[in-house]
Design a protein around this ligand. Structure first.
Ligand SMILES: [Zn+2]
Length: 206
């Protein structure tokens, strides 16, 4: 029924998280109806995305490339942040959630993923070397592990505590309050803020 271009657009839109086939088609039709101008603006914003937005070379957060092609995020370039305090998160969405809570005055490190033996994600898949370099380079003295309160999140937190045990660090884990198995991304900011304020020290077995 639909012209090829529109069908292709629907197909692409349906690959977005939370967008089903019907919604994708509704979006596609919107662009050729009342949303005509929007299509051009959106197209331009999207086409510039790959070239201009990357991940921060220090922490893995979203960052814009500067004129020299380097990407340093707003948190890492903010001098008012405490460089000795580092919050480790699994995903950028979690960094944004923690940041939104307003309880974090340090900086971040994004792991990219959690340990997940069932999905074949082992210790080698985590950027531990980069994390250690970052800790050394920034003179970090305190680590807050803000991985989610899930099986994988707990396993990752324990793994990190063990990996970093030989460094001279205080390591704490965000307090419960975020429901077990719940995603940090969807925790409200007050709950998350309390979880960070109420963090507990982790044993660091040697
Ligand atoms: Zn950064």
């Amino acid at each position: 029924m639909l012209p090829d271009r529109l069908r292709n657009l629907s197909y692409l839109l349906a690959r977005l998280p939370g967008v089903g086939e019907k919604t994708a088609q509704r979006f596609a039709l919107h662009f050729i109806g009342e949303g005509r101008g929007l299509a051009t603006d959106l197209g331009q914003a999207l086409s510039e995305l790959d070239a201009q937005i990357g991940t921060c070379e220090h922490c893995g957060n979203i960052a814009e490339y500067d004129a020299d092609g380097r990407a340093v995020c707003k948190v890492c370039s903010d001098d008012r942040r405490d460089p000795r305090l580092l919050c480790i998160v699994a995903k950028i969405q979690h960094l944004l959630a923690v940041e939104n809570s307003g309880a974090m005055r340090g900086r971040y490190f994004v792991l990219g993923q959690l340990l997940s033996p069932l999905d074949g994600i082992g210790p080698d898949e985590l950027p531990i070397q980069r994390l250690k370099e970052r800790i050394r380079a920034a003179g970090v003295t305190e680590i807050i592990v803000a991985t989610p309160p899930s099986v994988d999140g707990e396993a990752t937190a324990l793994f990190l505590a063990r990996e970093l045990a030989h460094l001279d660090l205080t390591i704490s884990r965000i307090a419960s309050g975020v429901p077990h198995g719940g995603d940090l991304e969807f925790a409200d900011r007050i709950t998350l803020g309390r979880a960070i304020d109420g963090r507990r020290g982790m044993d660091t077995p040697r």
